[in-house]
Design a protein. Sequence first.
Length: 551
Amino acid sequence: MGITVQAALAIDVMNQTKIIAGKTGLDREIKWVSVMELLDEVSSLQEGELLITTAFDLTDSPNLLDELIPYLAKRNLAGLAIQTGYYLDIIPPTIIQKCNEYNFPLLELPKHIVFSELTKAIAKQIINSQMEMLEYARLIHDRLTLVILQNEGLPQVAKVLSELIKAPVRILDTYFNLLTYSGLDKSSCYVDSEKIQMEYQSLKKRKLLTYAINSILSLKNTPSDIPYQFLQPLMVGNDIYGYISVLTDEKVLEDMKKIAISSAATISTLEILKEKAIWEAEERVKGDFIDDLLENNIKTEKILHRRANYLGFDLAKKFIIFSVSIDNLNDIILNHSEEHLQEIKQNLFSLIRFFLQSYQKQALLKYKSNKLIILLQVNTATGKAEISKIAHSLQAIIRGEMQITASIGIGQIYNKLSDIPKSSQEAEHALSIGYRLQKKDCILYYEDLGAYNLFGNNVNEKELYNYYLQTVSPIIDYDLNHKSELVTTFEAFLECNSRIKETSQKLYVHRHTLKYRLNRIYEITGFDPENSQDQFKLQLGLIVARLLSRV
């Protein structure tokens, strides 16, 4: 912590000093002062030092003229002050040119200035600045400590920080869900959840949010969907728990503001970790309720109602179960550590929980094995369209945030919470059928399974295979060997309710061609596609073929 070159020029002893070049670099920070007569030891200089010299040997060394300023700028010195009147009457044009090129401050000191007085004056200003900084840090510490002691939480942290730095502040979680804010109106676009998510996606797309962030990130010259801001990650080790967003037009933050933001980040991280511990305890209670509910361990309706009311459920509404399963989970288990698997599961849990909370959906989440069970409360008027919208939104956010896909099995809606085990079994059954059909990134509704409901998890595989051989195996083999389309033709015939004209139009074939193909199916299988009983057997055979992954 020091003073800027601009601030140093305001000191009385510097009142006759001239700025020769590098005027755009006057905001460089002076941390200390070094005096050198000879410029052959510049390798010992440190970042932030102001080099004062009489430049004794400068004009005698052509290489030094060319290389000095680039070297000092690379080492991030604060600037160069040359005293003229002893060895130099004028500063060499090469030095001036290089200083302007590198935005490196070049000062000309008059002959009468005594170096010891100059260094003493600058050092005094630096020390005063540091003392002021320490006092400011103590003030921040006292105010934020009071927030903790009074258990006022993140809203008060944001309020105190906003007052200290005189700028609007947002505190966001890992996925940019808004936790709290201060210094902004409720109608501001900066607190609108949809716009914040657009901002988050834009930051992710440009890879501006990475685990390498460990200090304040300045977001300037960004697209219009990313507001100008300074972003401070809330970190423990390499784990990011959220961000403090400071919305300001300032190009560079003052040191005092950096201290305030850093201190607020520490307090915010502690607060988030505390809330996380509370949340984990609450999730255990919720998880126990789901376990007891699905396993019918709740003895009476009265106890069920009491526990449900405690967890915020409205028993006048309806309920449904989603079962979420990560696709390619076996690959993750085989190719990654158990720690990585648990991290993925936890991220999925948190992502879905935040999503449902942000849309004010009353829900409980619980892992059963590697499937995430969601007990969702819905309005009495909720239909399949709204359920479908929720499920598709969940899939989209999982793909976007985690770069993985997940399939969702959905049971039926029930009026009574005590009936929810049925919805759970239905959701699980829908997922199991999806696995048999080798579907991924899909949504499976129990009510849409139709004939697939005949095949549970305990179905005899040998009997299925024998039925497959007796029905559609011959035409599947025929298509494979002859590159024909008998199976496709039969499926189209079913979809068109056995109407010859509609089927031929759907397949873009002549009706005689269609009749020929239907006759070939009859000849090969012994089942007539135009006979209702035979047609049902063939249709059932195709369902079995899909379950056995034969088509």
